[in-house]
Design a protein around this ligand. Structure first.
Ligand SMILES: O=C(CO)[C@@H](O)[C@H](O)CF
Length: 536
């Protein structure tokens, strides 16, 4: 009889807000299978919009946990129907939307560990959740719980130094506190609380999977330096919380072998390993193969920065997470709300709705824009909390308008100087080996990338990151297998496709922006003090 194919691939999963996605990656790190199930389109019976339910209060946002389970049944059954050879899978890992929480009802572990291979997962797990609609990252109904936690921990900055972030409404500790306060019965009937990432891992493990350090950093509960739960934070949120969470683990941990359910029903190899799942953003960092000193700039509706940090400086803005691929280092997220919508507005107003006119303006204006600086926040900015448009000439005098071309350069230079200043505020440093990875819509505009390269004085690369969380999870699965042999992540992923060089710094750029950056920072503080009023 022919030898079964040597097991040679890993699966990467992404349980995101709008879909469940899977990629299969071979030993050369090529993707040879991918599929997804969209909640709104493929599971309309749950009635979600964008994968969620926004409640009447406009603040509470949840997703039905059984919708996630059923999506997994669908995607696996389709793979089986297509004849996918599950026996070739060496390991699997995955990602989940960060901050969401799942509440396993007392007794659920017995069901999870004794799944019948003949019945779909979602039917067997129907009665396993004490909360059927899980709060997700878009929820902003826990402001009271955030204030209570910060008060209990000595203030916002103290909480940030301990857990990597001040209290945020979507962070899981505050969500758990709300459930304990408003639904104590359900809380008392909960034997285990998972994140979306560890919940998904539990489905494959057939038992409760631990929370990993990286996604656990998004809860306002984990001490990011010691990588243990803060007992003070746990107690401030809800009683017996540590027991319900279980101990956290490194993000590349092998948490066990796949559940017999998958071996018997799909033909997975009994030796297939489950590697800890993590948050979608940490998994994306892995998928983009960021290294120390690198920075990823996602230029989307809002602009998001992914930073690799060695010595983080937690602050009242942004988020510091444990690094998913190097447990001695960290990563940071910074979100800038005025991203592509702001760029499109200025394009319409100052470049006749044309990106080529917009690009021409960048090509025909000098680096540094003659000392003119602009701040463009048509919606309340997150980083920092400023709104409105503010323009300053070379003498630091506020002016009401700029010529069209100057306006366009002032917008783009301002957006990127803000990113560099706030990244450095979190402890980031541009290093000689720094690479900037640009993704998202605006990364297709070479002239915008040229400004990015000039402001950071570093080369800019682009890559397709549409499935970066999924692909990063597949890389993590390979890494989990190799980590036991002490092989580094970069060694494991060295065969992965390389990003394409898109722009290098213009000669003299470093000098221009080293002079401008402090000026921009001072003006930003000036606007903040004007809008916040004098310090109390
Ligand atoms: O809240 C976020 C990060 O802090 C989002 O990026 C979610 O992870 C998206 F699922």
């Amino acid at each position: 009889m022919a030898e079964p194919a040597a097991r040679s691939c890993c699966l990467g999963w992404d349980f995101s807000t709008q879909q469940v996605k899977v990629v299969a990656v071979d030993a050369d790190l090529n993707i040879f299978y991918e599929d997804s199930v969209h909640f709104d389109r493929d599971l309309p019976e749950f009635g979600t919009q964008g994968g969620v339910h926004v409640h009447e209060d406009g603040l509470t946002v949840t997703s039905p946990v059984l919708m996630w389970v059923q999506a997994l049944d669908i995607i696996l059954e389709k793979m089986k129907a297509l004849g996918f050879d599950f026996s070739q899978i060496l390991a699997l890992s995955g990602a989940g939307q960060q901050h969401g929480s799942i509440y396993w009802k007392t007794g659920a572990s017995q069901t999870l560990t004794s799944l019948s291979p003949e019945i779909p997962l979602h039917q067997q797990l129907e009665a396993c959740f004490s909360i059927s609609n899980s709060p997700v990252w878009m929820d902003s109904s826990t402001t009271a719980q955030c204030r209570q936690l910060e008060a209990a921990m000595g203030g916002a900055q103290a909480l940030s130094c301990l857990t990597g972030s001040r209290a945020y409404e979507r962070f899981t500790g505050n969500q758990i506190a709300k459930i304990y306060q408003q639904n104590p019965e359900a809380y008392s009937q909960t034997e285990r609380i998972s994140l979306v990432s560890s919940f998904a891992a539990s489905l494959f493990l057939g038992s409760y999977s631990p929370i990993d350090y990286s996604d656990g950093s998004g809860m306002n509960l984990l001490q990011i330096h010691d990588k243990v739960w803060s007992q003070a934070c746990l107690s401030a949120c809800a009683p017996h919380l540590g027991e319900k969470l279980g101990p956290p683990v490194p993000s590349c941990s092998v948490v066990g072998n796949i559940s017999p359910y998958y071996i018997q029903h799909y033909g997975f190899h009994p030796g297939c390993k489950v590697v800890a799942f993590t948050g979608d953003n940490p998994a994306s960092l892995a998928g983009m193969r960021l290294e120390e000193g690198d920075i990823a700039v996602s230029l989307g509706t809002s602009d998001t920065l992914f930073l690799w940090l060695q010595e983080p400086m937690p602050s009242l803005e942004g988020h510091i997470f444990c690094n998913p691929v190097d447990s001695q280092h960290y990563m940071a997220l910074l979100c800038f709300k005025n991203g592509s919508l702001m760029r499109e507005r200025i394009r319409d107003e100052s470049a006749s709705c044309s990106w080529s006119e917009f690009s021409k303006a960048l090509q025909t204006t000098e680096m540094g824009n003659g000392g003119n600086l602009g701040f463009y926040f048509d919606v309340m900015e997150i980083t920092p909390e400023i709104t409105g448009r503010h323009r300053f000439n070379a003498d630091n005098c506020e002016v009401s308008a700029f010529p069209r071309d100057v306006e366009i350069r002032a917008l783009i230079e301002g957006q990127f100087m803000a990113k560099r200043i706030h990244a450095e505020g979190l402890g980031y440093q541009v290093m000689p080996k720094t690479k900037i990875l640009a993704t998202g819509g605006a990364s297709h505009n070479r002239d915008i990338l040229q400004v990015l390269a000039d402001v950071f004085a570093a080369p800019v690369y682009v890559m397709d990151t549409a499935s970066s969380a999924c692909v990063g999870s597949a890389y993590q699965a390979f890494y989990g297998l190799a980590a036991e042999a002490d092989v580094s992540f970069s060694e494991v992923v060295k065969l992965a496709p390389h990003p394409r060089l898109a722009a290098t710094p213009t000669p003299g750029a470093a000098q221009v922006y080293e002079a401008l950056l402090p000026k921009y920072a001072k003006l930003e503080q000036r606007i903040l003090s004007q809008t916040r009023g004098p310090p109390k």
